[in-house]
Design a protein. Sequence first.
Length: 324
Amino acid sequence: MEYKIDDDGAKSSLSLDFKPASLSALEDFQHCAFANDFFANNYSALNCFLYQKKFSSKVCLWKDWLLELYETCGKFCFSFPHNMKGDYSSVIEVFELLYDLAKKAGQSLYFHNVTKEEKDLLLLSFPGAIVTEDPDLGDYIYLREKLALLSGKKFSKKRNHIHQFEKKYPDYEFELLSPENLSFARQIEESWLFQTMQEEESADLLYEKEIINTLLDNFSFLSKMLSLSGGLLFVNEADGQKKAISFCISSRLSKDVTDIHFEKCLWPYDRDGGYALINREFAKTLDTTYINREEDLGIEGLRKAKLSYYPEMVLEKFKVEIKV
C-alpha cells in the first residue's frame, strides 16, 4: 500500500513505504514504547516483530510517527499511530493520511486492538465511527510485587499449590535463562508441544514453536536490545536425574511494564503447582512495577487462570471502523 504526500499535503514523490519489521527496526519500536509508556502488549517491540508473519504486518516510520499495517479477515487494518516523542498534537494529520490510504484501497478505515484512550481520540475526529469491544484481546495487568509475594488471604490457594509442589519436589531449582541453558527451554517446548498435540492439533501451536525458537536463536541480541529474559524450573526425579519441567520468556514492554510472552510447564508438574511456582520465582527477579500477562483469547480455562491472580486491571481493547 503506497501513498504520496508532501509536508503541505500536496501530492509529491514522497511515499509511505510499509515493510516487514526487521530485527534492526526493533530499536525504533522500543524507543516508541518507552516514549509512550505502553501497557498494551500488541505495541510490544518484540510482538510487532514476532507476529508479522501471522498477520502479514508491515511498518513505516513517517515523520515522527510509527505506523503499522496488517491484514485480518481479508481486510487491511491499522494499529493506532504512535508518535516517537509521545506528542499527539498533530495526530489528526495522521488520521487524515490513513483515511486517504483506505479510500485509495476502496475500503473502510479499520483500527484494531486500540485502547479506550485511543478509541476516544479516534471518535473526536470521526464521531460517526463504529466501535466494537473486543474482550478476548484485553490484557491482564498485575502488580509485580503481588505476584512475587502472593501474600494475603486471596492468594492462599496459590500458596497452597506451591507448597504442594515444594513438598513433592523439595530440591527443585530455578534458574534465569542464559546462553548456557537455552537448550533446556527447547527441550521443554518440544515435550510440551508433543503432549498438547496428542489432544488437539493446532497450526497456531506450531507457529508458536517457531516463534519461541526465533527468540532463543537471537537470545543474546534481544537480551541487550529488549531486555529479553526468562526462567527455567528443574526437579530431581526419583532416579536422581535433573529434569527441566517449565520455562517462561519475557521482554521489557516499556519503562514500568514487563511482558510475559510464554510460560510452559510439562504434565503432570503443571497440576502439582509448576505454573504457580515459576510465575512467583520469575516475578521476584523483575524490576518493573507491572507485569502484562497478555490476553486470554476467549479461552475459558486461560481466562480463569489469569483471573485467579487478581489483576489490577484488564486493559480493554476495541475495533474501530470508519466508513469511507
